[in-house]
Design a protein around this ligand. Structure first.
Ligand code: SF4
Length: 465
């Protein structure tokens, strides 16, 4: 029995009497929290209220900044170039969305904030500060929240970094992607390797003590030695966290035109007229080379003191990204801004991806501020709202949880769903274990071989019930 979980017992009162006084103190809106407590399916930190402890559930906050200096050639994220006026207009709309939606989450406290994109650092330090003030005004925060901003090395300066820190941002994720200038040009990035080193040094000097560096593998023309050399040079800088993803050639991108279809690989030795004049991109590494890059990434980073805690994420002990772990463990999260996704109490929704519609809806509501309800403010931008069935929750729990090195705990599964994992997935787990893809102890987790074919393993849990 943890002191956090049994907050009512700590007050010396039990049952109905405690519940009634707590309702007076906390407001009737927290009835659902009491019900959850009664069935012991979650744990939350607590805060004091007139001598009583009130449970605050954890929530992760995501803020989407859809602006970039220009579009990278492999990118299919919701991002585009913008002018100063559009950025200001967007910021007003975003802050209005946060202000009107935040009251729905008064029973929660934020454990992490992730300002992502896009390139949040195309905003000024003052604008980033304004976003942080908006979030702080709307949300309660737990102890030591993790607050991250994503940065493109071509868009940071000392002043912006210092203002970000002052505003409460305590983690920076720098998108290096490669330290090879030819590869960076090929990707269409706005920065070169020297910009990355400069941005990294500036972030440290400004005072960031938690830095992530994003790297990419399996780029066209990339060789194992060159990739590992870049990775080693990143570890020499001693960031706290490294993400290393393989390039995925997404439909609808210039990269897809060249590499995305059967038979396109061999064309990589030709110039890309109109896209990258003068650059000979080279062909994509083979699947075997890509697998080798992945394996060696783990070995190199382990030797430098970075543990792999998720398929593509590595950290020094204690610096695992709490925000992303929240997604993989299916914590509640709420997203603000264009296209931002949310999942709260197993209801999932997404904001619209049309900028004009987003701005128009927010501005129209702001114009009618008097009498605008929280529901009204969200109306018009939220779409694809679905309540996840228990079956869908279990599927997500498995395929997200298996991304983590620790895997899925059997006890945690039982606490969450009230059913033994064997009763739901026994056959699938035994079959995958027999194929050498899963370990089946107190935790169910991927073997190294299972990690190589993780998409296959996870798909088995979608059709396994
Ligand atoms: S900086 Fe990131 S979000 Fe922006 S275009 Fe490039 S890959 Fe996409």
């Amino acid at each position: 029995m943890t002191s956090k979980k049994y907050y009512l017992l700590r007050t010396g009162m039990e049952g109905q009497a405690a519940f009634l006084s707590w309702m007076v103190c906390a407001g009737a809106s927290q009835i659902s929290l009491y019900v959850r407590w009664k069935f012991e399916i979650w744990v939350a930190p607590s805060r004091k209220c007139s001598g009583m402890e009130i449970v605050m559930r954890k929530i992760e906050i995501y803020i989407h900044i859809p602006f970039c200096v220009r579009k990278c050639l492999y990118c299919d994220f919701l991002s585009f170039p913008s002018g100063e006026k559009e950025r200001e207009r967007y910021l007003d709309a975003l802050l209005w969305e946060i202000e009107t939606q935040a009251p729905k989450y008064r029973d929660y406290e934020a454990d992490s904030v992730f300002i992502g994109g896009g390139t949040p650092t195309v905003l000024t330090g003052e604008q980033l500060g304004r976003i942080m003030r908006g979030i702080k005004a709307g949300f309660a925060f737990g102890k030591n929240p993790e607050i991250t901003v994503e940065a493109n090395p071509g868009t940071v300066d000392r002043g912006k970094l210092e203002e970000s820190l002052k505003a409460g941002i305590n983690r920076i994720s720098i998108g290096a992607q490669s330290l090879n200038d030819r590869e960076l040009e090929l990707l269409g990035r706005v920065h070169l390797s020297e910009d990355f080193f400069r941005a990294y040094r500036l972030a440290r000097k400004a005072g960031f003590q938690n830095i992530n560096v994003d790297m990419m593998a399996a780029l066209p023309g990339q060789k194992l030695e060159g990739y590992l050399d870049g990775l080693k040079r990143v570890t020499d800088l001693e960031p706290e966290h490294i993400s290393a993803y393989s390039l995925i050639v997404e439909e609808g991108t210039p990269f897809y035109e060249r590499y995305g279809r059967e038979g396109k690989r061999e064309k990589g030795t030709e110039e890309l007229p109109g896209i990258l004049p003068g650059i000979l991109p080279g062909i994509l590494p083979s699947e075997e080379e890509e697998r080798l890059m992945y394996e060696r990434t783990g070995e190199l980073l382990a030797a430098q003191g970075y543990g792999r805690y998720e398929i593509s994420n590595y950290a020094r002990p204690g610096y695992e990204c709490r925000h992303n772990i929240g997604y993989w463990k299916r914590h509640d999260y709420v997203g603000f801004g264009l296209g931002a996704a949310s999942m709260v109490e197993n209801v999932r929704w997404k904001n619209c991806t049309d900028m004009e519609r987003y701005l128009h809806c927010m501005e129209a509501r702001k114009g009618q501020r008097e009498g605008t309800s929280e529901a009204d403010a969200a109306e018009g931008i939220q779409e694809e709202r679905i309540f996840l069935s228990v079956k869908e929750q279990m599927e997500e729990y498995m395929f997200l949880g298996l991304r983590l090195t620790e895997g899925v705990g059997k006890e945690a599964f039982y606490k969450t769903f009230g059913r033994k994992i064997e009763d739901v997935y026994g056959d699938v787990i035994r079959r995958l274990q027999g194929q050498g893809l899963l370990e089946n102890g107190k935790q169910v987790r991927l073997t190294p071989y299972g990690r190589d074919v993780s998409n296959y393993v996870m798909a088995e849990f979608l059709i396994g019930i």
